[in-house]
Design a protein around this ligand. Structure first.
Ligand code: PLP
Length: 597
């Protein structure tokens, strides 16, 4: 059923949008709580690059009327959460479409709000945010698009049903006929069932042939985002039948989409996609090992340069490197800029960060002191406390090098009590260690704005994941663009981005945490602090970060790779999609040797 009415005149023509991008979360604006972390940021940055480069894309997500959550931290670091309610009615134009889904044995009406991502030349990527808060729906169903990653597995499966099936139905209703459906993570995998239903035009799914499935596969591509098992949604068979109904549930079973007796969104996506990729070269390999029955390629993540560069750097680049906004490859010309000007731009970002912290917390940081930043989702594998592993050594280094400041931020998922404990651990360590030489502070409510301030303002970005669980990571890319080197475990993007003593430092692989912490302290004491004490050398390093890593780890480059390798692969008839990629990147260049000089 489609209750069609004309779109507002400003709606871009959707008939020529060949790529539909589906994501559970998309960071669209600092003012909208429609994201939780890295996945949503990547989705937003992808669409911002699509807008800048006039890509023929359209996107689908959920409205998340109550957001993810706002984080409050008590004096001892105990996290509490509150909703972030917003009103799409007063913020965004309506898509003027209502579609009806059958799920949970009843009808659910779904409408959509349109957010236009506008590029530098005015090209628009329309993003449709699906909303079940529609009069006539069951009161429980009206709350289905309220909480990003909230509720239980039943709620989550309902959300993923709205995203996948609702998204396909909405695009149908808008007369948008994409040639490629990109599942950004498995959450959106039910879109394949929507496409199969379209194809069968009313016939039951059990009638679908291998040829029907192959036709849907030719439309779908899939990006997997984490090797952490909890990141791959699974649902019980009972829930699958309850939410999807008998025809769809039985078909998923019949088509071999279950895994270990569960409905598994990753396997559903794998089964129905002609191209699958991980988000850094190594992550593609790790994913290949996880899913040996499928070919998994790699396209390394990036960030949207103009979103993450500080205002000072944007001014500097606008003056010196025309066209960097349309084509980030020109950032390489940063080698033509006096390194001292790069340092001056960075120092402004540092002052701005410290001014914001002083205003928010009353804590004063010294702009002349080496400052480390560590901000990310709090999960055990990210090991926030590796930096604090040997407090005595850390204090000794801080005293020896003339002071050290460490800024932390990050949210734990509301249901993750272990994660919340890690925040308290950092608080209690900070309380013990804070002194005139060492200052540690945890800033509450890590979000887009704080993420920007931190990556633009600290001197060194620290990342200490347990290998190989960091699929990519993107915050270090934001830092690099702003002339901030990383000190990181060689995992995720850093395997590709680390040139030792040039773009940052590798924490060397160790047998255990103590060994890796020791390497971290060694680098801090013997490599980082001595270079920080030599302003000319430090300036050149900042320049290398932008020239080498900023030029590559951006979403302009990443999206071009998606178009070339995933969306519209340059293949000859009869050739396996993606095989040119294999030829171009033999396995020995797949994971470059870490640059340890
Ligand atoms: C960039 C960003 C992330 C992702 O960064 P990681 O390096 O993957 O941790 C998460 N949250 C916010 C607010 C960000 O800006």
């Amino acid at each position: 059923m489609t209750l069609a009415s004309p779109l507002t005149p400003s709606t871009p023509d959707l008939s020529n949008r060949t790529v539909a991008y589906f994501s559970m979360e998309i960071a669209l604006s600092p003012a909208l709580p429609t994201y939780s972390g890295g996945l949503g940021m990547l989705a937003g940055d992808t669409l911002r690059s699509a807008a800048d480069t006039a890509a023929p894309m359209v996107a689908i997500s959920l409205v998340h009327r109550r957001g993810y959550f706002r984080q409050k931290l008590s004096d001892v670091g105990q996290q509490t959460e509150s909703d972030v309610p917003w009103s799409p009615e007063t913020t965004l134009p309506s898509a003027n479409q209502i579609i009806a889904l059958t799920m949970q044995g009843r009808q659910v009406l779904v409408r959509a709000w349109r957010f236009d991502v506008t590029g530098i030349t005015g090209h628009i990527i329309p993003v449709f945010l699906l909303d079940t808060d529609v009069e006539g729906n069951d009161p429980w169903d009206r709350r289905l698009t309220d909480h990003l990653y909230g509720g239980d597995t039943y709620y989550r499966l309902c959300q993923e049903t709205v995203l996948g099936l609702g998204g396909v139905a909405l695009l149908d209703a808008l007369e948008c006929k994409p040639e490629v459906y990109h599942m950004n993570e498995g959450h959106a995998a039910l879109l394949a069932i929507g496409l199969l239903e379209d194809r069968l035009a009313g016939r039951p799914l059990r009638d679908a042939t291998e040829a029907d499935i192959e036709a849907v596969r030719q439309l779908c591509v899939f990006t997997t985002h984490t090797p952490v098992p909890a990141g791959h949604d699974q649902f019980g068979i009972d829930q699958m039948y309850q939410v999807l109904g008998h025809d769809r549930a039985a078909a998923l079973d019949q088509f071999g989409c279950l895994h270990n007796g569960l409905m598994n969104m990753t396997y559903l996506a794998l089964r129905f996609s002609r191209f699958v990729n991980g988000v850094a070269m190594q992550h593609g390999k790790v994913s290949q090992q996880m899913f040996p029955g499928y070919k998994v390629y790699s396209i390394t993540n990036g960030v949207h340069a103009a979103t993450w560069l500080s205002p000072q750097f944007q001014d500097l680049l606008d003056g010196e490197i025309p066209n960097w906004r349309t084509d980030n490859q020109y950032l390489r010309s940063v080698y033509g800029i006096d390194p001292a000007r790069i340092t001056a731009a960075h120092n402004k970002g540092k002052l701005r960060l410290f001014a914001t912290i002083a205003k928010r917390t009353g804590h004063h940081f010294n702009p002349n002191v080496l400052t480390l930043g560590f901000a990310r989702r709090v999960a055990t594998y990210k090991r926030a406390s590796l930096l604090l592993h040997d407090p005595e050594r850390l204090v000794a280094i801080a005293q020896k090098i003339g002071g050290l400041q460490i800024l932390y931020a990050g949210k734990a998922h509301p249901a993750d009590n272990a994660g919340k404990g890690l925040i308290r651990d950092v608080y209690s360590a900070a309380a013990k260690l804070n002194s005139s030489a060492l200052k540690i502070h945890y800033i509450e409510n890590y979000d887009w704005e704080l993420g920007a301030l931190l990556t633009q303002g600290v001197d060194v970005w620290v990342n200490t994941p347990r290998r190989p669980y960091e699929a990519s990571g993107t915050s270090g890319m934001k830092a690099a663009l702003n002339g901030v080197p990383s000190l990181s475990i060689l995992d995720g993007w850093w395997i590709e981005g680390c040139a030792e003593n040039t773009t940052g430092w590798a924490i060397e692989d160790g047998e255990n945490e103590a060994a890796e912490a020791a390497s971290l302290y060694d680098k801090l004491e013997h490599s980082i602090a001595p270079m920080y004490a030599k302003p000319d050398a430090w300036s050149r390093m900042q320049q290398h970060c932008i020239a080498i890593n900023g030029t590559f780890f951006n979403t302009h480059r990443m999206l071009a790779q998606y178009f070339e390798n995933s969306y519209f692969p340059h293949t000859q008839v009869g050739e396996t999609p993606g095989s040119p990629l294999e030829r171009r990147r033999s396995s020995d260049v797949l994971v470059p040797e870490p640059a340890l000089v």
